[in-house]
Design a protein around this ligand. Structure first.
Ligand SMILES: Cc1cc2nc3c(=O)[nH]c(=O)nc-3n(C[C@H](O)[C@H](O)[C@H](O)COP(=O)(O)OP(=O)(O)OC[C@H]3O[C@@H](n4cnc5c(N)ncnc54)[C@H](O)[C@@H]3O)c2cc1C
Length: 516
């Protein structure tokens, strides 16, 4: 299934004037939505993607060492297992090839408009539809499906003088492949999931690597290996075997939830393994102390790597934990005043998760943007999908759908069930609009945050990107993923205010179409 030749779909001629469903973004979520809508027998939809092809995360993160950290046999669509994954944790090019191949196989590329960025989407109450402006023209849609990803908008650190740096400087998610780092002095800013893949992948090539760490992550051993030919053949010819492997991975991962969400003491076992992992690679007690987190394992994302600690122990690598005071045209200055000259800076400081710029572009019923509303309430939705004040809109991967332990594709597919059921309900009941009630959203989030209070993400003693400015975890799902699957199984219309289709709205649409 991998390495399938892929012809880039062109942006296409003109956008249609109107679609039933407009999906924004074509990562796992948007692509999955397109496939689901087609399977449901719909043709009245379009996916707009600002980039030139499908893939999202896996198109954009091309840094050296990029790979998934949930085993590939689970981190893939349930309806399109891939017997040919080369390793337990497949590298980025393989995952991107998989997504291209899935898009081609399910024949949804003709439903994509590439190179088309949504710059504004506003609810038109009179016409009961979304008016959407893109970089390639405007259109209207009955239903809007933002599938814009939580880890999509690179976040640059706000360091004084960063704009004066004369060497190469780029974010991990926008790797500059023209920049030759061989023999260069490189600063790597950040020690999160991307940084710990990048460092070991470039360290042999560069002359010297400075690693700037704000907080030490917990890093567990990575049980990665290449699949044998026999295994691949078995997966190809005995699909049940692959299903069984997937199930085993799924339930193994779900066991983490017991520790994360119900009984944090269980995680002590993992913390002991992680401590031994440090000890086995680093002899220097001072360095060991600096890489040992002072918060409980699980509070932030648990990272996996066999090469991170050995890398930090090398003579040509320096771990800097004093923080960055300033960047000069050829150097990084630490808070203790030490000036370290560098030729290149790689910034691996994560993404705008709870403050994505997209939120300012979606304007709801009261003329307020999602950013305005969430500025006051914190990021929240009903079942990670619907937001009061934003009729006929369902996220795929919205607030509180993230995971620290398992495959996001499972969550995507759960939300696609919900979307599919919502559209079917609209059709069956002749609905023009649906909007989650304030009460349903409030009660759902109150319950969710009550559960969240017991989790390691709240009690673990860390500040993480999971938390918003109010200190609420609006990012993660605080329970088992099968619980989320159950919650999103069916569109629960009782939680929504609905309006039937009327001739008046149709007339308004016609009039606006003529006027437009
Ligand atoms: C380096 C890295 C490694 C990861 N590894 C794992 C892993 O191992 N396991 C796991 O479960 N998850 C992992 N994740 C999380 C990963 O983001 C999700 O698993 C998944 O790929 C998200 O898919 P998505 O479609 O929701 O979002 P994305 O893949 O981010 O796609 C969003 C798309 O929306 C488009 N878009 C955004 N705004 C607009 C706009 N205004 N107009 C038009 N298009 C727009 C973007 O261009 C993008 O293509 C990883 C993330 C990163 C960054």
């Amino acid at each position: 299934m991998t390495q399938v030749a892929h012809r880039l779909a062109s942006a296409g001629p003109q956008l249609p004037a109107h679609v039933g469903v407009l999906v924004i973004g074509s990562g796992f979520a948007g692509l999955g939505a397109a496939i689901r809508l087609r399977r449901d027998g719909r043709e009245d939809f379009l996916v707009v993607e600002r980039a030139a092809e499908v893939g999202g995360t896996w198109r954009d993160n091309t840094y050296p060492g990029a790979a998934c950290d949930v085993p590939s046999h689970l981190y893939s669509f349930s309806f399109e297992l891939n017997p040919s994954w080369s390793r337990s944790f497949s590298p980025q090019p393989e995952i991107q090839d998989y997504l291209r191949a899935v898009a081609a196989k399910y024949r949804v590329l003709d439903k994509h408009a590439f190179g088309t960025e949504v710059v504004r989407a506003e609810w038109d109450a009179a016409a009961q539809q979304w008016r959407v402006d893109t970089t390639r023209g405007s259109l209207t849609a009955d239903v809007l499906v933002p599938a814009v990803g939580a880890l999509c908008e690179p976040k640059l650190p706000d360091i004084p003088g960063i704009e004066t740096f004369r060497g190469e400087l780029f974010h991990s998610a926008r790797w500059n492949h023209d920049a030759d780092l061989r023999g260069k002095r490189v600063a790597l800013v950040g020690t999160g999931a991307s940084a710990i893949q990048i460092g070991p992948a470039i360290v042999d090539d560069v002359a010297h690597l400075d690693v700037y760490q704000r907080t030490a992550p917990w890093v567990m051993p990575r049980h990665d290996r290449a699949y044998t030919r026999l295994e691949t053949l078995a997966f190809r010819h005995v699909p049940l075997l692959q299903r069984a492997a997937r199930e085993a991975i799924y339930w193994g991962r779900e066991a983490y939830v017991l520790g994360f969400a119900f009984q944090p003491a269980i995680l002590q076992v993992a913390q002991r393994i992680a401590k031994r992992h440090i000890g086995s690679a680093i002899d220097d007690p001072a360095l060991r102390a600096r890489v040992t987190p002072d918060w409980q394992i699980g509070c932030k994302r648990i990272l996996i790597s066999n090469s991170w600690y050995p890398m930090l122990a090398r003579d040509d690598v320096e771990l800097v934990t004093d923080g960055i005071a300033e960047i000069r045209e050829n150097a990084v200055v630490a808070r203790d005043g030490t000036v370290r000259e560098v030729d290149a800076i790689v910034v691996a400081t994560g993404f705008h998760v709870t403050d994505s710029p997209t939120f300012a572009r979606i304007i709801g019923r009261d003329g307020r943007s999602l950013a305005d509303v969430w500025e006051e309430t914190g990021q929240q939705a009903y079942k990670g999908a619907a937001v009061a004040g934003f009729p006929n809109m369902l996220f795929v991967i919205g607030p509180n759908t993230g995971l620290g332990h398992s495959s996001m594709v499972y969550m995507v597919e759960s939300q696609l069930n919900y979307l599919s059921s919502a559209l079917q309900t609209m059709r069956d009941r002749g609905l023009a609009t649906f909007e989650v009630t304030v009460e349903a959203q409030r009660d759902y989030n109150a319950r969710l945050q009550r559960r969240m209070r017991r989790t390691i993400w709240t009690t673990g003693g860390c500040a993480s990107w999971y938390l918003d400015k109010f200190g609420n975890n609006t990012t993660l799902w605080p329970s088992f993923t099968f619980d989320f699957r159950r919650t999103t199984r069916r569109f629960d219309v009782a939680a929504y205010e609905t309006t039937p289709r009327t001739d008046t709205a149709a007339e308004v649409r016609e009039l606006t179409a003529v006027a437009g």
